[in-house]
Design a binder for this molecule. Structure first.
Ligand SMILES: NC(=O)c1ccc[n+]([C@@H]2O[C@H](COP(=O)([O-])OP(=O)(O)OC[C@H]3O[C@@H](n4cnc5c(N)ncnc54)[C@H](OP(=O)(O)O)[C@@H]3O)[C@@H](O)[C@H]2O)c1
Length: 303
């Protein structure tokens, strides 16, 4: 099948290309989809760079991507409630290809564009997990550090949908975008703590660090206690009494429930995702934007 693929570690510009890869098949509890759109996440190029491989060389070619929307064309053993031809969004592997295997999925709302459906899975699953682990209640104030990117823009809207008041950070250029999403915007960088305090004079109840760029002391200074800081991108928080989550702990991820939540939020327009789309042939441009670290909304690839 046709896919984006790399055979050795390196930057996307060096190693990623359109090529051929073996067709995957749905194992027990899985479905295979004919991909209509696939999301790009920073972890795609982090894995591609080899930094997460501990120095071991790459043995087999890799098709990147964890987020897909498409039409089911193979149903694995033991799977019920979904049939060949159903349109779904979900979490899987090798998403940036013609065919991808999903381990968690939900029906794609008919009125939602394929590219928007493919933009949601990781962002919604991650935020469902982070907010559950840190604990939030309606009426509380959350500070989302890094609110304009793939996860952040969804995090802001999910928090609003849960009845939270949101203060969020972004660059100067994205302050208006954060306001559109329902947050009180602040600019990140030096002086962030003072700006968040000015935006929420009574203090914030929870800090959700999406970007991993702000010093831990500043995140802790904003929270009522260390256990009310959760990060998805800074894994030193537990050393300070906070929470870091990569989704790798047993039972941490609620895949199917998160995908149902994603579909429901999209259908209700409670989460609206700004997407920039690129055909697979132009994946290099999407990856260059992702590696720049300044994404507004989500980058999505189209087969
Ligand atoms: N642990 C997990 O389960 C998990 C899951 C998903 C993602 N992640 C990680 O979470 C991070 C964000 O992912 P993403 O998909 O949202 O990335 P993204 O789409 O590339 O967005 C990055 C965002 O970070 C913002 N940013 C840049 N510098 C910042 C700073 N100093 N302070 C605050 N915000 C800043 C940017 O805002 P401007 O454009 O306004 O500069 C941009 O909107 C990545 O490191 C990713 O690997 C972890």
């Amino acid at each position: 099948m046709r896919a984006l693929v790399y055979e050795s570690y390196g930057s996307p510009a060096e190693v990623l290309h359109v090529g051929e890869a073996p067709e995957p098949h749905a194992g027990p509890g899985q479905v295979r989809v004919r991909v209509r759109a696939a999301g790009v996440n920073p972890v795609d190029w982090k894995l591609m760079g080899g930094a997460m491989a501990g120095g071991a060389p790459l043995e087999d070619p890799v098709v990147p991507g964890f987020d897909a929307a498409g039409t089911v064309d193979e149903v694995g053993e033991g799977v019920t409630g979904v049939a060949v031809g159903d349109e779904v969004l979900g979490l899987g592997s090798g998403a940036q290809a013609e065919l991808s295997v999903l381990w968690a999925w939900a029906p794609k709302p008919a009125e939602i564009d394929w590219s928007v459906a493919a933009a949601a899975p990781t962002a919604v699953e991650t935020t469902e997990r982070a907010l559950r682990l840190v604990g939030v209640e309606p009426g509380q104030i959350v500070f989302v550090d890094g609110g304009a990117g793939g996860v952040g823009a969804v995090a802001v809207q999910m928090a609003v949908a849960q009845g939270l008041t949101v203060v969020a950070s972004a660059s100067e250029a994205n302050q208006g975008y954060l306001r559109e999403l329902g947050a009180t915007p602040v600019v990140y960088g030096d002086g962030l703590v003072e700006r968040v305090r000015a935006a929420a004079p009574g203090g914030v109840d929870v800090v959700y660090d999406v970007a991993g760029k702000t010093p831990v002391e500043d995140l802790l200074a904003l929270a009522p206690q260390p256990g009310k800081v959760v990060s998805i991108a800074n894994f030193t928080l537990p050393q300070h009494g906070g929470i870091s989550t990569g989704g790798g702990q047993p039972g941490e991820r609620r895949g199917p429930e998160s995908m149902a939540l994603a579909a429901d939020l999209l259908r209700r327009n409670a989460v609206v995702i700004k997407v920039q789309t690129f055909p697979y042939e132009r994946a290099a441009e999407a990856y260059a934007t992702s590696t720049s670290g300044h994404v507004r909304g989500k980058l999505v690839l189209l087969p």
